[in-house]
Ligand binder design. Structure first.
Ligand code: UD1
Ligand code: CA
Length: 453
């Protein structure tokens, strides 16, 4: 039988050191608010419900989380009286009765699902509390984990620690797993008789031991437990996240020539044998199938790229782009809400927006779909095997039938039937000798100007 698990995410920190009008946990790592990372990790560790403890921006924090978890309850902590007090703000959710509880901080986005699962496993194994710790050469500011023979005896906060305890380098990362059936009674016993007059969640360790329960500590890599307080720390966490994901993707068969210049989003999916050249940025919502080449300096967001396609260099795929098998988007092209069918080529300096480009169609350099009239967006439909000559403007709504041929420099406002040739431009006029006449006139005018000086 599967055990039920509730994750309590503490996000009531004001985060004033971010110097921001937004709640700290809404700041993004890899395109996802920090609090979203904690929630995704909890979900991957098998948690079915999330209780969010917030102090402000409740609505926007809730919205950010609801996109990534189905079962979310929001609890307001109006006074910031400590982590133990914050957890009890979610009393209602705890009372609903879960086998396991996970406690996470909304500003600690690098926590790995495997670590949460390990902490949970200790609880499944009979511990009332399991704390996730880490070792660091500079433990200043962290609660210290006091252990004996692998058992966790207590967590001592920096301000309450003795000289000897401050020398301990095993620190509390803040993440805990609790037995859901015992948690409430233990949490209610937490007092605030300490240096900060705060209700310390960490006191739960001694309380549980005092009642004869087992308490464990497990160790995780310090990087997983990095908390963010400033934008400098936010950037450091972003760098670690990027390094971790690039490595995963490379080990899964993606070639990155200069991985340190490739930026991924939290949900970027890239298949085997894809080559990502330097300086490529992935925004949210991108899936790239196998065998694709993404040339340098391309920017992709909300785009699905089928196998064997080629993108860039210097291409921008905006949301709603679907690139079919073997299709090509070349340099200085932008696509948005565009279905580019298999084998189609959009090679140079082109904008394709709100459009379909049929299979094997060839879109000449400088082609623009004129999709916007200042008020509304209109659709352009380009059939299979169409050839659009360079520097054409397709004024939407417009449909070009299969196999049609569009003369270069056309401005088209009417539909073109299949297999037709359409030319929409002024006719060429050629006047013999007029070029020389003009040149002589200009030269005379220049001379007159110079003589007058
Ligand atoms: C806490 C731990 C400490 C640990 C450290 C790891 C306690 C008492 N101490 O210390 O052992 O080493 O984290 O980073 O738990 N929060 C609320 N409401 C509150 C207080 C805090 O929601 O009333 C939230 C904050 O938003 C934050 C988290 O709890 O996400 C931790 O609070 P913080 O004040 O940063 O705790 P530390 O003193 O760093
Ligand atoms: Ca902190």
């Amino acid at each position: 039988m599967t055990r039920s698990c509730l994750s309590i995410v503490l996000a009531a920190g004001e985060g004033t050191r971010m110097k921001s009008s937004r709640s700290k946990v809404l700041h993004e790592v890899a395109g996802l608010p920090m609090v979203g990372h904690a929630v995704l990790a909890a979900g991957s560790a098998g948690s079915q419900a999330v209780a969010l403890v917030v102090g402000r921006d409740a609505g926007s924090v809730e919205a950010a989380v609801k996109r990534h978890a189905a079962n979310v309850s929001v609890h307001l902590q109006t006074e910031r009286l400590g982590t133990g007090h914050a957890v009890l703000a979610a009393r209602e959710a705890i009372e609903a009765g879960h086998d396991d509880l996970l406690i996470l901080f909304g500003d600690t986005p690098l926590i790995a699902a495997e670590t949460l699962a390990r902490a949970r496993a200790e609880v499944v194994d009979g511990a009332a509390v399991c704390v996730v710790g880490f070792r660091t050469p500079d433990p200043t500011g962290y609660g210290r984990l006091l252990t004996r023979d692998g058992e966790l005896l207590a967590i001592r906060e920096e301000k309450d620690a003795s000289e000897e305890e401050r020398g301990v380098d095993f620190c509390n990362g803040g993440v805990m797993a609790l037995n859901g059936r015992l948690a409430l009674a233990l949490l209610e016993k937490i007092g605030n008789a300490n240096a900060k007059r705060e209700y310390y969640l960490t006191d739960i360790v001694e309380i549980a031991r005092g009642e004869g329960h087992r308490v464990r500590a497990i160790e995780a890599d310090a990087s997983e437990l990095l908390g963010v307080n400033t934008r400098v720390e936010l950037a450091a966490v972003e760098a670690l996240w990027q390094a971790r994901r690039r490595r995963e993707l490379m080990l899964a068969g993606v070639t990155m020539i200069a991985p340190e210049t490739v930026f991924l989003a939290f949900d970027t999916q890239i298949g085997e044998d894809v080559v990502v050249e330097p300086n490529v940025v992935f925004g949210p919502g991108v899936a790239v199938a196998s065998g694709v080449v993404i040339h340098g300096f391309s920017h992709l967001e909300g785009a699905k790229v089928a196998s064997g396609a080629s993108v860039g260099p210097f291409a921008r795929l905006r949301p709603g782009t679907r690139l079919g098998e073997g299709a090509k988007i070349g340099n200085f092209c932008e696509t948005k809400n565009a279905e580019i069918e298999p084998g189609a080529k959009v090679n140079h300096l082109t904008y394709i927006g709100d459009a379909r480009v049929g299979a094997r169609a060839n879109i000449g350099a400088g082609t623009i779909t004129c999709n916007y009239d200042g008020a509304n967006k209109h659709h352009t439909d380009i059939g299979a095997d169409v050839f659009v000559g360079s520097n054409s403007s397709l004024v939407a709504p417009i449909a070009i039938g299969d196999g049609a041929y569009i003369g270069s420099g056309s401005v088209l406002t009417d539909d073109v039937p299949a297999d037709a040739l359409a030319i929409g431009r002024g006719r060429q006029v050629t006047k013999e000798g007029r070029g020389r006449e003009i040149r002589e006139r200009v030269a005379a005018a220049r001379k007159a100007k110079a003589d007058a000086k």
